[in-house]
Write a protein that binds this ligand. Structure first.
Ligand code: GN1
Ligand code: MG
Length: 561
């Protein structure tokens, strides 16, 4: 680093003093806090993004969003060249620069890190960062802070992609680095053409009538509703009504995927008139998707169709297509067997895991957080991952896609291959429709819709694939949540000593009981999750384990999620 570069960092960072007395952490999904204290953090993450671009010699993404949090919060996360999350190796650097108290200390940390990573400032390929933000009012000024951070690195450029969904920005970064067209219209075009392709491949046209037509979407008063409008324009015949578009209501307030999944009641603007209608909710930055339906006019309690059910629907469809392609699972001539895996976390409802196991699927469990699920899914030819809260996608390996293309060409020359050819074309269309960078509510929604039409299923038929086990989540405010250390994908607490034995003794009292605790990565709480054969039993198990957490960790109070 030359003197000019050093003085540029010193002078620009002096305009962004860090907040006093706050310790920020990159967390499960980037930095998140009240927007009023984030200027300095966003500025510094701008520097990090430019350095990451130099290190990888690729385009990097920066998204300003706090997802499903309240509107006064905001946050920032980095998208790596593949379109995925920032590599975990760089998170400690993100933490240390966010908390450096002075420009001098910040510069020192940057210099040390640049030396350690061997980052070169020779100007051969200057840094390039794509910026996106959600609809929060604080987004504009934080965007300016990010731009200042990026331009503190000599030669670096920031490209403002405007207000976009988080998955759109990740998609754009991925497309840019692959040398593909990466504008918003290209995103819409890829999603709509692959959706149409799936509909064209529906085996029996008459089935289309069997699924109810109308879909009503709760846009969480966020960016997803505007983008879904954009997508609708390129899709004739998709009957979608969008509510909670943000023109009146408040972002995430009584609306959106997080609210619907946690509260299991209707969001704002939905009511008795919606009985039996297929409904979906997006979250504030449109990377989560859940479906729901209202079974009766007399209550606002919904039947939730969560991320586990979306995963199950996708798994059933993909498995079916793979089976057609490989002639009922028999070994095909070229001897290639695609490895299909489904990835869940401990929050997946036990009934979903049982159902997937009965289908003969390989199931892997990872800790909470998309960065872990995504990494695991990438180990398979086709890896389907979902968190129960509706964040997930399907990853296709390059090797599998090349094999599919070859298979497709080979089948084109054989008349008997028509069913197989359709299966190959469907899988290729899914790989283009479903976001390969990160979970995406809009592409997920189109895939759900296409599969329901393909199978002629109503939302009730889909929801009836299996019955969720009653569950309960609680938050416990303890003195130090980091005192809880877990293993086995967070299903066992190994610290503090003795706590797991106490939890096990409680679980043993309940038929079909399952329960675990873990420290949250986004809030200062320990989370308790319990499942049992009745709702009363699940509630009681969760409450008993919350008390155990209090006893072992020192309580600040507990609340239902
Ligand atoms: C139980 C739960 O829903 N946890 C959420 C929540 O993480 P915690 O580490 O549990 O706070 O936020 C994460 C980021 O959005 C999301 O990936 C995760 O699924
Ligand atoms: Mg989100």
């Amino acid at each position: 680093m030359n003197d000019h570069q050093k003085s540029l960092i010193l002078s620009s960072s002096s305009q962004f003093p860090p907040p006093q007395g706050v310790k920020l952490s990159y967390g499960t999904s980037g930095f998140r806090a009240d927007a009023s204290i984030l200027q300095s953090t966003v500025f510094r993450v701008g520097i990090l993004a430019a350095l990451r671009s130099l290190r990888t010699q690729s385009v990097i993404g920066l998204m300003i969003t706090a997802s499903h949090n309240q509107v006064s919060d905001n946050g920032i996360k980095v998208g790596d060249p593949s379109g995925g999350m920032l590599t975990q190796d760089w998170e400690p650097f993100a933490d240390s620069i966010a908390n450096a108290p002075t420009p001098q200390e910040l510069l020192q940390l940057v210099e040390e890190f640049v030396a350690k990573e061997g980052i070169r400032f020779d100007g051969s390929r200057p840094a390039k960062v794509l910026l996106g933000r959600d609809t929060r009012p604080s987004g504009d000024s934080l965007l300016e802070a990010a731009k200042q951070g990026i331009s503190s690195i000599v030669g670096a450029s920031a490209v403002d992609m405007g207000i976009v969904t988080t998955p759109q920005l990740h998609w754009m970064v991925r497309a840019k680095n692959k040398g593909l067209k990466a504008a918003e219209l290209d995103y819409f075009e890829q999603l709509s053409s692959s959706y149409r392709c799936l509909l064209d491949l529906i085996p029996n046209g008459s089935k289309v009538e069997k699924a109810e037509n109308k879909l009503v979407v709760d846009g969480a008063n966020g960016v997803g509703s505007e983008k879904l409008e954009g997508l609708k324009k390129s899709l004739d015949g998709l009957d979608i009504e969008i509510r909670n578009t943000g023109k009146e209501g408040v972002l995430n307030e009584g609306v959106g995927a997080d609210f619907v999944q946690k509260e299991k009641i209707l969001p704002q603007e939905f009511g008795p008139k919606d009985v039996g209608i297929r409904c979906a909710s997006l979250d504030g930055d449109a990377d989560r998707l859940v479906y729901f339906t209202l079974p009766s006019e007399s209550s606002s309690k919904i039947d939730l169709v969560d991320g586990d059910k979306i995963l199950t629907l996708f798994a059933v469809f993909i498995k079916e297509q793979l089976s057609i392609l490989t002639e009922g699972g028999q070994m095909v001539e070229d001897g290639y067997h695609a490895r299909l895996g489904v990835i869940q976390t401990a929050y997946a409802n036990g009934a979903s895991t049982n159902y997937l196991r009965q289908l003969g699927l390989e199931i892997a469990l990872t800790p909470t957080g998309v960065k872990y699920l995504h990494e695991k899914a990438a180990e398979y030819d086709v890896g389907i991952y979902f968190e129960a809260n509706g964040h997930g996608t399907i990853l296709f390996s390059d090797h599998f896609l090349s094999w599919l293309e070859a298979k497709n060409n080979e089948l084109a020359s054989r008349s008997k291959g028509s069913e197989q050819k359709k299966a190959a074309l469907r899988l290729l269309a899914v790989s283009k429709l479903i976001n390969q960078a990160v979970g995406d509510a809009l592409s997920g929604l189109l895939l759900v819709e296409a599969i329901l039409i393909h199978k002629g299923w109503s939302i009730c038929k889909w929801n009836g694939l299996y019955q969720d086990l009653p569950s309960r989540q609680l938050k416990v405010k303890v003195i130090d949540r980091t005192a809880v250390v877990t293993e086995n994908a967070e299903t066992i607490a190994v610290k503090p000593p003795g706590i797991q034995e106490a939890i096990n003794a409680e679980i043993a009292k309940y038929p079909c009981g399952r329960c675990f605790i873990r420290p949250s990565g986004t809030e200062d709480v320990v989370r308790v999750y319990a499942e049992a054969s009745t709702q009363e039993a699940a509630d009681s198990l969760a409450n008993s384990v919350a008390k155990i957490a209090d006893q072992f960790l020192g309580s600040r109070s507990s609340s239902s999620v």
